[in-house]
Design a protein around this ligand. Structure first.
Ligand SMILES: [Zn+2]
Length: 89
C-alpha cells in the first residue's frame, strides 16, 4: 500500500488475553503478535505501544524489540515521580 511504503505501517496494538497483537490499520496485512507471561502485561504493552505509535510516527515495527525497555523505564518514572524527583538527572 502506498501510504505504508512512504510513511511506514500504521500499527494499532491490542491485547488478546496474554497475547499482544498489532496490525496495520490501513489493512495492508502487516502485523504480528507476541505472547507475554500475563494478560495484564500484554494489555499494558498494548496500551503503551498504541499510544507511543500515535505519538512517534517516525518509529516503526523494527524498534519493537527495543520498546519494552523504554516502556518499563517510562512506566517506572511515572510510578516513582512523586517520591524522589531529584534522584534522577
Ligand atoms: Zn501497512
Amino acid at each position: 500500500m502506498f501510504g505504508c511504503r512512504v510513511l511506514g505501517h500504521r500499527y494499532r496494538f491490542r491485547a488478546v488475553e496474554r497475547e499482544l497483537r498489532w496490525q496495520c490499520e490501513r489493512g495492508c496485512g502487516a502485523g504480528g503478535s507476541k505472547s507475554y507471561e500475563t494478560a495484564e502485561r500484554a494489555e499494558r504493552y498494548a496500551a503503551a505501544l498504541d499510544r507511543e505509535d500515535r505519538a512517534a510516527l517516525g518509529e516503526r515495527a523494527p524498534l519493537i524489540g527495543l520498546l519494552p525497555l523504554r516502556l518499563w523505564r517510562s512506566m517506572g518514572r511515572k510510578g516513582q515521580g512523586s517520591r524522589s524527583p531529584s534522584s534522577r538527572s
